[in-house]
Design a binder for this molecule. Structure first.
Ligand code: MGD
Ligand code: MGD
Ligand code: SF4
Ligand code: MO
Length: 751
């Protein structure tokens, strides 16, 4: 069954979601009436929703995908991307043998030739320039086992903390927000809260296109419980608006004032939970503790009029939003990149937690400040697994001596092998590559030559350094620059665990053999470890299960305890939500409450919530400045350029670009312009325009559409032939080091 976008929209009209569809409809015609199919339990390889899928195979080939009806995440639903996964497995652009650059071109090579070269270069560079002259850059799409092996090799054996991953470009601000507000990363609640929430506040999230099946759960909630209200704060009208009751269409970058104004009204109009505040909350200006009164004084400036003026909206809408939030018995906020990809990303995350802390709408059914994760395993492999330059597995930090000692003991290396100083965060890493300080890099499951901001600054460096890229597809913008390209087994061809937004770890079965000469990423890394003389501590990893078994020992007693989730159990269940400290434990819905196995009853002394990673058990409400974006518009560059996603495509299109149904649905790149701006600038739909920023320019088809706010333009960044990241800014949040992909100043002219 091939589904065009129009047919797809028609099929989904019933649910009004235009995003998700029942598994029965989604089973392709190849499968209908065909009994010889084997079904394997897996997880969708795309977004952080974490839908359970069943992968159908016949004669060693992937032939169909259907939603897993037993999964509580999606109950059999899938969006179009998940539905076409089996086609991607066998796509024409799969890379089937190693490639080595010879005389300037990439040429087929044997595994032995490719890996000897990688090992030789890494050894020589480490010997001559020290371990910090090499780097690893991974992904929230690798399995936890893969990230764990890479971490153990680079931090534990090669002794460099130059170890990063693309969640830095994505979730770092959310991590910063959770750590500063609650003392521990990742959400308090889970998806189960959706079915109990009376109000949803979506901010900087195009849920309908980026988390379609979750969106469908919101639609279902509203349908079954018509008084449910949905507010969105977003500069763009997106398909998410279909179910929205109130839209605050803010100027990009100026919504911090709006959140403060909402908090001010919540306090002034008596919507706060004073008991909760007095028991479980403290206040801070970011540098020092302040009093509740001090916080109220700070808020005085944030009248609805002040915030509305800054954000370019109606003050009455702010009052309305605050009252809706206050009056709802239960409320859930959800956000994604419109909040995180900002130079004030951590601050805005804090402000989202503020309104839940002030009203006590946290840690109970239907209440949460819930950051949506983008990638399928950014939470599992990278946040929990410690796949960033300052982290170690099990929510540990390289800077903490005890943490280094605990992990070194499990890795069987001297504690001195693990450096106490964090390595280079992503943008610093690619700057060091550009400067020639990092001389060799191993890139796994990510495509930075397409996805990094302000690419002109970093591409030459990637070309010049010794670049090893493990990817399942070729060419990509990054493999094109590589010295060695390694064919990686793809989803369905390997076993492993993904951990999604709601702290759920789910097992994916291997359903077919890797195609061609492709190998499991973990195996490739262990081959490298052996060739570098570090094979001994990886010898016992015969299967991904062996890796997981060791990994969960690093989580024992930690806030993200997965001791009770061995493969034997994960193979049977539809995932488990940590903390899950023993095999009888069902997993945890609300953290920091009595439901949480780590809840310290005695210390809590009757309080409903105790934030046990904070010294006083209290979460923090922050009085953060309402600073604007790093590159505001001016007379020269009068428009705000924002970048983002469409439903049918995934990031750099190495996967969705091979599915003709998805390509047909959204075939080419474009820039969206608001009709009023188009009129003023003299643009008609389908004209060609040149979009220019201080960093570069791009020729694009114009789409005149009432989606972006007047004064803003929007480019989906998926197409390799039109790299939106030649235009974006690499200004970063000083706390999270996440780039401001969502906001820079631009101008546009006729081509
Ligand atoms: N179809 C599809 N789904 C995906 C992905 C994909 O590539 N394709 N990728 C996955 C990943 S890794 C991620 S991180 C998520 C991203 O998921 P989302 O963040 O939901 O998607 P984006 O399109 O990047 O941007 C979201 C919204 O941020 C808004 N925004 C921009 N600036 C501001 C601002 O200043 N304030 C506010 N309040 N909002 C602002 C934009 O208008 C846009 O609607 O999607 C995941 N799901
Ligand atoms: N302008 C702009 N840029 C952005 C963003 C934005 O909103 N705007 N968003 C940012 C965000 S949130 C994110 S998460 C990043 C994502 O950016 P990237 O991670 O660079 O994008 P992907 O296309 O997901 O890259 C995944 C790569 O892994 C390969 N691959 C797939 N499966 C496997 C496997 O099993 N093993 C191996 N070894 N390789 C595999 C794919 O072919 C692909 O090349 O982009 C960031 N860049
Ligand atoms: S909503 Fe996300 S996880 Fe679910 S099928 Fe779509 S892309 Fe996959
Ligand atoms: Mo992301």
């Amino acid at each position: 069954m091939s589904v065009t976008r129009r047919e797809f929209l028609k099929l989904t009209a019933a649910s009004a979601a235009a995003s998700a569809i029942g598994s029965e409809l989604m089973v392709g015609s190849a499968v209908m009436g065909s009994p010889a199919i084997d079904w394997h339990k897996s997880v969708c390889r795309f977004c952080g929703t974490g839908c359970g899928v069943m992968l159908g195979t016949r004669n060693g080939k992937a032939v169909a995908v259907k939603g897993d009806r037993k999964s509580t995440v999606n109950r059999g639903l899938l969006c179009v991307k998940g539905f076409y996964l089996h086609k991607i497995v066998h796509a024409k652009n799969r890379l089937l043998q190693p490639l080595v650059r010879k005389n300037g071109t990439l040429q087929p090579a044997s595994w032995d030739e490719a890996m000897s070269l990688v090992a030789e270069k890494f050894s020589a560079i480490i010997k001559e320039h020290g371990p910090d002259a090499v780097a690893f850059y991974g992904s929230g799409q690798g399995t936890t086992e893969e990230t764990y092996i890479a971490n153990k090799l680079f931090k534990g054996h090669l002794s460099t903390n130059n170890f990063e991953g693309n969640p830095r470009l994505c979730m770092a601000s959310a991590v910063g927000g959770y750590l500063t507000s609650f003392g521990a990363d990742e959400p308090v609640g889970t998806y189960d809260d959706i079915e109990h929430a009376e109000l949803f506040l979506l901010i900087g999230s195009n849920t309908a296109e980026a988390h379609p099946v979750l969106f469908d759960r919101l639609v279902a909630r509203k349908k079954n419980h018509p008084s449910t209200k949905i507010i969105t704060i977003d500069p763009r009208k997106t398909p998410t608006n279909k179910i929205v009751d109130l839209h605050l269409q803010v100027i990009p970058g100026y919504d911090l004032a709006v959140m403060h104004a909402i908090a001010r009204i919540l306090i002034k109009e008596g919507y706060t939970d004073e008991k909760f505040i007095s028991e479980s909350v403290t206040f801070s200006d970011g540098k020092k503790k302040i009093s509740y009164e001090g916080y109220k004084r700070f808020l005085e400036k944030f009248t609805p009029e002040y915030a509305a003026e800054k954000a370019g909206i109606d003050p009455q809408d702010i009052v309305k939003a605050a009252r809706m939030f206050g009056e709802a018995k239960t409320a859930m906020s959800m956000w994604t990149m419109g909040v995180n990809q900002r130079t004030r990303g951590v601050w805005l995350n804090n402000l989202m937690h503020n309104i839940h802390l002030l009203t006590g709408k946290l840690g109970k059914p239907g209440c949460d400040s819930f950051s949506l994760t983008g990638q399928p395993n950014a939470c599992g492999g990278v946040r929990e697994g410690g796949g960033l330059c300052h982290l170690l597995p099990g929510h540990r930090k390289v800077a903490v001596k005890q943490h280094r000692e605990e992990i070194a003991a499990i890795w069987n290396v001297p504690a001195s092998n693990i450096k106490p100083k964090p390595g280079k965060h992503t943008m610093a890493m690619f700057s060091a590559i550009a400067a020639g300080e990092i001389k060799a890099a191993y890139i796994m499951c990510t495509n930075p030559a397409h996805s990094l901001p302000n690419l002109n600054k970093y591409l030459q460096g990637l070309k010049d350094c010794f670049l090893v890229v493990a990817d399942s597809f070729h060419p990509t913008e990054t493999t094109k620059l590589a010295d060695v390209v390694l064919p990686a087994a793809f989803w369905g061809e390997k076993e492993g665990v993904y951990g999604c937004t709601e702290r759920r770890s789910q097992h994916m079965a291997q359903a077919i053999q890797p195609q061609g000469q492709a190998r499991w990423d973990g195996e490739i890394l262990m081959d490298l470890a052996r060739r570098l003389g570090h094979g001994k501590n990886f010898e016992h990893f015969k299967t991904p299960e062996d890796v997981w078994t060791e990994y969960i020992t690093t989580t024992k007693g930690r806030d993200m305890d997965l001791t009770g989730a061995p493969y034997s159990r994960l193979r049977k269940v539809r995932g488990l939500r940590w903390p899950v400290p023993d095999e009888k434990h069902p997993g945890t819905w609300h953290r920091f409450t009595e439901e949480d196995p780590l809840f310290p009853k005695e210390k809590a002394k009757g309080r409903r919530m105790y934030f046990y990673n904070k010294p006083d058990g209290r979460a923090v409400v922050f009085a953060r400045p309402d600073k604007g974006p790093e590159e505001p518009v001016d007379a020269e560059y009068p428009l705000v350029l924002s970048t983002g996603r469409v439903l049918e495509h995934w990031h750099t299109m190495t996967m969705t670009g091979s599915v003709k149904q998805l390509v047909r649905a959204v075939p080419q790149p474009y820039v969206e312009i608001n009709p009023e701006d188009a009129k003023e600038l003299g643009f008609a739909d389908k004209d060609t325009a040149i979009v220019e920023t201080r960093r570069g320019e791009l020729k694009l088809m114009v789409r005149v559409i009432d989606r972006p706010r007047k004064g803003t333009i929007f480019i989906p960044w998926h197409w390799p032939e039109k790299l939106a990241n030649l235009l974006t800014t690499d200004a970063i949040d000083p706390g999270s080091k996440e780039p401001e992909y969502k906001i820079c100043a631009a101008r546009i002219r006729k081509a």
